[in-house]
Design a protein. Structure first.
Length: 437
């Protein structure tokens, strides 16, 4: 989990490093210009005589090691009582996992044969047992909470930023092989479409800058919405820690899959502020009452927001209309409509062709399956199957729109956000808050 912290930290540190390198380069060039004469500045060499041996990498390792020191992680490991071997194994493993993501066996090989990290920290990894690399992950995991707290606090101090947003989400990853010894590895719905493999679930709370606040590993078959309260408690956001700042409340952002009404009620009962995607199907939008929140290069509004207070729940509902989303949904709608009509036409044509479905009951069953496969379009059509009075076969299939598709097109590009925050305006909620998620 620590390499996740380091990766997010490094992405933010990148611009700072680039600026520092540019400044250092300018200083070095100026220094060389003033200290070297022409004879010392230019040398001739015979490139055919250049030889090398035992080539190892040092670039990414140096950046990572300096990042570790900047985060004061080296000092924290010693404070936690890591021995010299454990300390070197931890530093080496963290660097290897980021520079060359792989197994512990390959990480050990990388440290011994590919990386020159030993030149930086003064440790010869060829003299450390591979068992130390295998065991250090367990040692780091035992101190996960302390290390996560230290890293997040240090990152905030380095970048001097104030956070009032907490993003919460879940993902999962799969294992190769049987993984019989991993209790949390279960069969579940893999987000990588690996239904053949066991998975585990990772729950993460991050701030809007991308820094990890808390993380937890759960069973692979855990439900997103049904176990939200357990996850929130395990991720340790007690009431005394709700505020990321002493004067600001933390706003919890979740997607629609987690934001069940039961979970919303739990947040309200525990005085959390939240911003979630609403599951409501009745989407209303009045352009005249809306506010532009995003403009194109010609100053035309491409995203508009309408703020409505729900009198029943006292929530603020933010109805968003996006022209890009509207175009995308209309294209998808037309594609599904075309597929649905083509399937019906294929079925109808087959009534007069050999070796095609003709039995009345089978035709009815096939149409039922089509409606299940394309529910977003089939609801707008009524279908009629005519049965041959002299046989059990169907002789005709007809269909017609029972309500115009314009009714569906009217809500294309519209979605709804719900929040119990009463102070933020439309632009802040959509652009500065929701779009960070």
């Amino acid at each position: 989990m620590l390499w996740t912290h380091l990766i997010t930290f490094m992405s933010t540190l990148k611009k700072c490093l680039m600026a520092s390198v540019q400044n250092m380069t300018l200083i070095l060039v100026r220094h060389l210009d003033t200290t070297l004469n022409d004879e010392d500045r230019y040398k001739e060499i015979d490139t055919t005589t250049i030889k090398n041996s035992d080539i190892k990498d040092i670039g990414i390792e140096n950046i990572l090691y300096e990042t570790i020191k900047e985060l004061k992680l080296d000092a924290k490991l010693k404070e936690l009582g890591f021995t010299n071997i454990q300390y070197n194994s931890a530093i080496g493993t963290l660097i290897a996992k980021i520079a060359n993501p792989s197994s512990e066996a390959k990480a050990y090989d990388y440290l011994c044969n590919t990386s020159a990290i030993n030149e930086l920290i003064g440790c010869d990894y060829n003299k450390i047992s591979s068992n130390s690399i295998y065991r250090i992950s367990d040692k780091l995991l035992a101190h996960k909470d302390d290390l996560e707290k230290h890293l997040y606090t240090t990152q905030k101090a380095i970048f001097e930023y104030d956070e009032t947003i907490t993003l919460y989400d879940l993902t999962n990853t799969y294992f190769e092989g049987g993984v019989e010894g991993v209790e949390k590895a279960k069969r579940g719905r893999s987000k990588e479409k690996r239904s053949d493999a066991k998975i585990i679930t990772l729950a993460v709370m991050i701030d809007s800058s991308g820094f990890v606040r808390k993380s937890e590993i759960f069973d692979g078959n855990i439900g997103e919405a049904t176990t939200f309260k357990e996850m929130l408690d395990k991720l340790k956001v007690p009431q005394k820690e709700k505020n990321l700042l002493s004067s600001h409340k933390s706003l919890l952002i979740m997607d629609a899959g987690i934001a069940s009404q039961e979970n919303i009620d739990y947040l309200i009962e525990n005085s959390y502020e939240y911003l979630v995607v609403s599951r409501k199907r009745n989407k209303q939008f009045d352009e005249e009452k809306s506010t532009p929140v995003k403009l194109d290069k010609n100053d035309n509004a491409i995203v508009r927001a309408m703020k409505v207070v729900n009198e029943e729940t006292k929530e603020t509902e933010l109805f968003i209309h996006s022209t890009a989303r509207e175009a995308k949904e209309e294209a998808m709608q037309k594609r599904v409509q075309t597929l649905f009509i083509e399937k019906l036409q294929y079925l109808k044509d087959g009534l007069s062709l050999k070796r095609r479905t003709k039995a009345y009951d089978k035709v009815i069953e096939t149409i039922g399956r089509l409606k299940e496969k394309y529910p977003s379009i089939s609801q707008y059509y009524s279908t009629t199957v005519t049965k041959d009075p002299d046989s059990d076969n169907a002789i005709d299939i007809t269909w017609s729109e029972k309500k115009t598709l314009d009714n569906k097109s009217a809500i294309n590009g519209i979605y709804c956000l719900r929040t119990n925050n009463q102070t933020m305006d439309e632009k802040t909620l959509w652009k500065n808050i929701y779009n960070t998620y």
